[in-house]
Design a protein around this ligand. Structure first.
Ligand code: ADP
Ligand code: MG
Length: 458
């Protein structure tokens, strides 16, 4: 099938499904290939693919067959994996109860029909507070009191796995307890879109609007999802304004700051920015350790027989990156594994069991970092370290830095040479050898190396 033919298929689909459905569901589809009777179509997310496949695949196949009668199947695959799958996964997690057996439909839909289930574990009690998240936590606490609305909206943002959804659920659960009189609606932006499209399809827009305008507190998770989805954005904007006008609290989360969300209309961005915008910073060592210590208690009750060596949690907090979800997953795996093989959790077992995780979050140390740290340590200028001077007081630090580059980066000897004022690779090799010798014979050098290595790996 040619691109032109695909264009024509889309045109025909527009006629059948209507402008709104077309914009939301059909226009984002991209034909990837059609061969051996199978057409492969790229979709932006897994959720999207599932929905389109359930709702429109027969129709799409039908229209495609008009151009290519050999086609018998349509497959949907997620393009652009890195960014989008994360969104799809979040949605699955915040919606763990799939619409399996549809409950008998009540006459009039109400906000509770739209609310996503809350994860019981995500409370303020289980949220560990540290420097990187203290502001977000304080703001979340404040709105969870359910007092007069002081900042609207509260906009929480931060990278994947830093606790946005956790905080949102904590707010919702706290509010449900403190203020049972308030109507709290929590859902992901993806679910907002899903409800919106459903309402359009079923001609229930009045219900939809009425429900969203009747809540006291609206919480929308992962709002970046509606970027580029024009009609959903439009509806979101109206809902938002209607609630703000009534002085109702809105809480939003996203994976980045409002002004950094691409394909989001300016007026939506500026609306999102007009309350309190706080970010969850990447975790630091102390926070990671705190979270691990907290988590370990739950594992201890599940595996009371297991022994955990001192220093293991510290090791994990050092070596595993920012994403708390990865950190938690590592700990869970570690306990399960140790229990299966009936061994205590020591460093060996940890490194065995988590080799892939540890490798994946290995920090990449750069030549520049090494040069900076080493020259600071020996109190010389970087220009002297990479320059031509051969004085011992420059040459030795230079060799130390070369040695560390060889040890801690994956750069080749010629590459390292180039970064040190264009020196030859044999010079680098000589320097590395010299330090290897000194490391054994000279206690001071050994100590320097150890200190520098630790500072660089911190
Ligand atoms: P996000 O929504 O920002 O991607 P989540 O809120 O889903 O991240 O958090 C991912 C996991 O990490 C969850 O299991 C959550 O409980 C946990 N987590 C994140 N931050 C913290 C924290 N400060 N204290 C305890 N658990 C945390
Ligand atoms: Mg989330």
């Amino acid at each position: 099938m040619t691109t032109d033919e695909w264009g024509n298929v889309k045109k025909r689909l527009l006629k059948t499904v209507g402008q709104n459905n077309f914009t939301t569901w059909i226009d984002p589809l991209a034909l990837d290939a059609s061969e051996d009777g199978v057409a492969t179509i790229n979709v932006p997310t897994t959720f999207f693919g599932n929905y389109v496949s359930r709702t429109f695949s027969d129709l799409i196949l039908h229209e495609m067959k008009a151009f290519d009668s050999t086609l018998s199947r349509v497959n949907f695959t997620v393009a652009n994996r890195d960014r989008k799958i994360a969104a799809a996964r979040t949605a699955v997690e915040s919606d763990p109860v799939p619409r399996a057996a549809p409950a008998p439909k009540p006459k009039m839909a109400q906000a509770s029909d739209y609310a996503a289930p809350l994860e019981r574990r995500f409370t303020f009690d289980t949220f560990v507070v540290g420097k990187p998240n203290e502001l977000a936590h304080a703001a979340a606490r404040r709105v969870a009191e359910g007092g007069p609305v002081t900042f609207n909206p509260l906009f929480l943002y931060g990278g994947v796995g830093l606790g946005k959804t956790h905080l949102m659920h904590a707010i919702a659960q706290e509010l449900l307890q403190r203020r049972p009189d308030l109507n709290v609606l929590y859902l992901s932006a993806e679910q907002f879109m899903y409800r919106f499209v459903q309402a359009l399809r079923d001609r229930k827009m009045m219900d939809f609007k009425q429900i969203f305008r009747s809540v006291d507190i609206l919480m929308v998770d992962d709002v970046q999802f509606i970027a580029g989805k024009d009609s959903t954005q439009e509806e979101f904007f109206h809902t938002f304004n209607a609630l703000v006008d009534q002085n109702k609290q809105i809480i939003i989360s996203a994976d980045r700051a409002p002004h950094e969300i691409k394909d989001l209309e300016e007026r939506v961005k500026s609306r999102l920015q007009c309350g309190l915008v706080v970010d969850l910073h990447p975790t630091d060592y102390e926070l990671r350790l705190g979270i691990l210590q907290n988590k370990v208690e739950t594992h201890r009750t599940s595996y009371p027989e297991l022994e955990l060596d001192d220093g293991i949690l510290e090791f994990l907090a050092h070596r595993i990156s920012n994403n708390v979800r990865v950190l938690e997953g590592a700990l869970t795996r570690l306990f399960a594994f140790a229990s299966l093989v009936g061994r205590k959790i020591d460093l060996d077992l940890t490194q065995d069991c988590l080799a892939d995780v540890l490798r994946a979050s290995e920090r990449k140390i750069t030549v520049e970092e090494i040069q900076t740290k080493v020259s600071a340590h020996y109190n010389i200028r970087i220009s002297d370290m990479v320059g031509p001077k051969r004085l011992r007081s420059y040459a030795r630090p230079r060799q130390v830095a070369m040695y560390l580059c060889k040890q801690l980066t994956s750069r080749s000897l010629p590459e390292i040479g180039r970064r040190f004022g264009g020196r030859d690779h044999t010079t680098v090799m000589h320097g590395v050898k010299r330090i290897e010798e000194l490391r054994v014979s000279d206690g001071q050098i050994a100590e320097d190396l150890e200190l520098l290595r630790r500072a660089l790996e911190a």
